[in-house]
Design a protein around this ligand. Structure first.
Ligand code: PMP
Length: 399
């Protein structure tokens, strides 16, 4: 008898499975709208110029030893300032525990472990829908997962009333995961007024807000604007947890650079919390890779490279917004009987199209167009030369 006879195959990841199907398709017309990776208008992957600049600056430097305690202090400080602003008391009074993480996924996972260690009974509340991996991450950390309503399929917008009801009916002192901007997969964000109401209710219930910030800048094109939600919570005095990812916003996908930060009441508490995070990371992977984190801290710490980065983020967002407008316009020109306003109302990398799983299957079979079965379109895969083909295909399957 073999050791692993009882091991069956794990179910395919819904997002990674799309890429597999796309790669297996030999049609020259095929389009991958599955994975959320930015592409230029020719459909090519992009290395940002700010990253090239940082590589040049770093070339030949002596940095190959890993940094003590899994912390690149500079990366952590720059990251925290990106979210909370340079001038905040948090940074000046050192009231945050921050640690470099293996991108956004790793930051979420570290937090989930930390949560389980100190609040073993508490569940995490996830929005419906959310990035599918959130469920896996908290499940594997053995934290019970609950959900709260977020999105309304009819309006293809925020289900604000139900969201507030679910926040109110959760037991006091619950952990909630929030997407501060460019919600994945829906592209639907609360507006400022709604964020204020959410923050207020969190205060009343003493809930803990954990923000998964994977797209700062990619909603509005502006880094500061996109951290508005977190700043609103901050003004209300919440202690916040935040996962940051540089995957999409700097195009550093394979480098796995991210940060987890947790606010504390004072510096001593921050030191204690950080030491626990370091201990958790130490047992999981000891220390994170160095090169990507140096790229990020070099860009954020150099005013010219940072300005260049901000321009490049704006350009990525502008292209996505143009493609949203074009896709909607093309569908309307075809006299589609359906309403496509949500394509331009939603923000960020994704359009939650409302296409049913059957329509998604049709698009793949008949038109070689691939997306996740929840109808999420990665707008970054849409280009000037495929947008009409896409609109036509969507119209054909839905008419
Ligand atoms: N959170 C959300 C909401 C995401 O969409 C993603 C990327 N798809 C991540 C976290 C993690 O990405 P990464 O680990 O590549 O930073």
């Amino acid at each position: 008898a073999g050791w692993w006879d009882h091991v069956g195959a794990a179910p395919k990841d819904p997002i990674l499975g799309v890429t597999e199907a796309f790669l297996a398709d030999t049609s020259p017309r095929k389009i991958n709208l599955g994975v959320g990776a930015y592409r230029d208008d020719e459909g090519r992957p992009v290395v940002l110029q700010c990253v090239r600049g940082a590589e040049t600056k770093l070339a030949g430097s002596q940095f190959l030893e890993s940094l003590p305690n899994a912390v690149n202090t500079k990366l952590v400080e720059e990251s925290v300032q990106l979210v909370y602003g340079k001038e905040t008391d948090i940074v000046q009074e050192r009231r945050f525990a921050g640690i470099q993480a293996l991108s956004g996924t790793g930051a979420c996972r570290l937090f989930a472990e930390f949560q389980r260690r100190f609040y073993p009974e508490s569940p995490i509340y996830l929005p419906v829908p959310t990035w599918s991996n959130h469920h896996n991450i908290w499940r594997d950390a053995q934290v019970p997962v609950r959900t709260f309503r977020y999105y309304h399929p009819d309006s293809k917008g925020l289900y604000f009333g139900a969201l507030m009801d679910d926040i109110k009916s959760a037991p006091d002192n619950s952990f909630f995961l929030l997407h501060p901007c460019a919600h994945n997969p829906t592209g639907v964000d609360p507006n400022e007024e709604q964020w204020r109401e959410i923050s207020h209710e969190f205060k009343v219930k003493n809930h803990f807000p954990f923000f998964d910030m994977a797209y700062q800048g990619l909603a509005s094109g502006d880094i500061d604007t996109d951290s508005k939600a977190i700043k609103i919570f901050r003004e209300d005095g919440h202690l916040i947890g935040c996962a940051q990812s540089f995957t999409k916003i700097m195009g550093l996908y394979g480098h796995r650079v991210g940060c987890l930060s947790i606010l504390s009441v004072d510096e001593n508490q921050a030191i204690a919390v950080r030491s626990q995070l370091q201990q958790i990371a130490r047992a999981m992977y000891s220390s994170p890779p160095v090169h990507g984190s140096l790229l990020v801290s070099t860009i954020l710490g150099d005013s010219q490279l940072k300005a260049l980065w901000e321009e490049e983020v704006k350009a990525m967002v502008a292209r996505i917004i143009r493609m949203r407008a074009k896709l909607r316009e093309s569908l309307e020109k075809l006299d589609s009987p359906l309403n496509w306003e949500h394509i331009t109302n939603q923000v960020g990398m994704f359009c939650f199209s409302g296409l049913s799983p059957e329509y998604v299957d049709h698009l793949a079979r008949k038109f070689h167009i691939y997306m996740t079965r929840d109808g999420r379109i990665s707008m970054a895969g849409v280009t000037t030369s495929n947008v009409d083909y896409l609109a036509n295909a969507i119209h054909e399957v839905t008419r």
